[in-house]
Ligand binder design. Structure first.
Ligand code: FEO
Length: 162
């Protein structure tokens, strides 16, 4: 049985993961609208991953005997002005999510909830990867600058994400 403090915090995290999915979907729409279809593809897959993160926590709440509460999902602020702005926001957002996961780990530790701590370890590792991926793209966009040909090349590379 989950403690109420943990249950509430996990339900909030489900909501934040769903928001992440929503945010990246809005970015997908923007990228496609400026003909950066490779970036759109990358962001769509990211959006799908975030939905999967939400479902992973939701399923855990169910299995641990907690009550799932689906909260309203905030609307992402749009539109963006450049692709660089989009990926900088992805990186900033992932850093915020990492902090949320670490706060959850701290809470689970305080509550001596070892099962939740164990479940969260996957997310701790995942966030290292998520931040590294976003940071790498931000750096590449900086290197490419305003050279449109290079930007299209980078877009094509992002489109290869499997
Ligand atoms: Fe679910 Fe990108 O953190």
């Amino acid at each position: 049985m989950l403690k109420k403090t943990i249950e509430e915090a996990l339900n909030k995290q489900v909501n934040r993961e769903l928001y992440s999915s929503y945010l990246y979907r809005a970015m997908t729409v923007y990228a496609n609208s400026i003909n950066m279809k490779g970036s759109g593809h990358w962001l769509a897959l990211q959006s799908d991953e975030e939905y999967m993160h939400a479902m992973k926590i939701l399923t855990y709440i169910e299995e641990a005997g907690g009550e799932v509460k689906l909260l309203p999902i905030e609307a992402p602020k749009t539109p963006w002005k450049t692709l660089g702005e989009v990926f900088s926001e992805v990186y900033e957002h992932e850093q915020k999510v990492t902090k949320m996961i670490h706060d959850l780990v701290e809470l689970a530790g305080k509550e001596k909830d070892f099962a939740t701590l164990n479940m969260l370890q996957w997310f701790v590792a995942e966030q290292v990867e998520e931040e590294a991926n976003a940071s790498e793209i931000v750096e590449k966009i900086k290197q490419v600058g305003d050279v449109i040909g290079h930007l299209f090349y980078l877009d094509k590379e992002l489109g290869k994400r499997g």
